[in-house]
Write a protein that binds this ligand. Structure first.
Ligand SMILES: [Zn+2]
Length: 195
């Protein structure tokens, strides 16, 4: 009597492992080429291409000049330095956006974290803590706006019900279809940059 459930559990575990392996293989195949941060490489800053310029003649910082991002300091520090700067750029745009939308639904936001998540672009915990991928700094503004609207709508509805989607639409600057389609078609390209 005991063996049947054990056997079943084992079969389920094996099926699961197979399903996972297939999923991982499919994902790896689909994974776009890497575009490391380096002098002369292009990165989109909120959807607009910018060329990376390593400045050996300057010290210390990172700054933007027209459609170029200048990074000073030693070449081996360039990727880290640029990532930190991009993360700060995202925060600067993201935080007021989250706060404005959260004010619209009159819900408090406990904390906004920007981190290196690859599995999802954003998340919202029931206690009001929100987290976003730093890679959204590469996405067009309307995509960022949609993702913020989506997570803020989760402050009210902890599901993907009809009421949730109605609120997400209301919180979004434009129609939600275009940014959703963009994410489906180009979302994975956001993983290319910076390795
Ligand atoms: Zn959601």
């Amino acid at each position: 009597m005991l063996t049947a459930p054990v056997r079943m559990a084992r079969a389920t575990a094996v099926d699961f492992a197979h399903a996972q392996a297939g999923w991982i293989a499919a994902r790896l195949k689909r994974l776009p080429e890497r575009r490391p941060f380096a002098d002369g490489a292009d990165v989109p800053l909120f959807g607009t291409p910018h060329r990376i310029r390593h400045r050996t003649d300057a010290r210390g910082t990172v700054w933007r000049e027209a459609n170029e991002i200048h990074v000073a300091g030693r070449p081996e520090h360039l990727p880290r330095r640029l990532k930190d700067w991009l993360t700060a750029e995202l925060r600067e745009r993201l935080v007021p956006l989250v706060q404005a939308k959260a004010a619209q639904v009159e819900r408090p936001v406990r904390r906004i974290t920007v981190r290196d998540t690859r599995s999802r672009w954003g998340s919202c915990a029931p206690d009001g803590r929100m987290s976003f991928s730093w890679r959204l700094v590469f996405a067009p503004p309307e995509v960022l706006d949609y993702l913020v609207a989506h997570e803020v709508a989760h402050l009210v509805h902890h599901n993907h019900s009809t009421r949730f989607w109605a609120l997400a639409r209301e919180l979004c600057e434009g129609p939600i279809e275009a940014p959703q389609a963009w994410l489906k078609a180009h979302g994975e390209t956001l993983l290319q940059y910076g390795g």
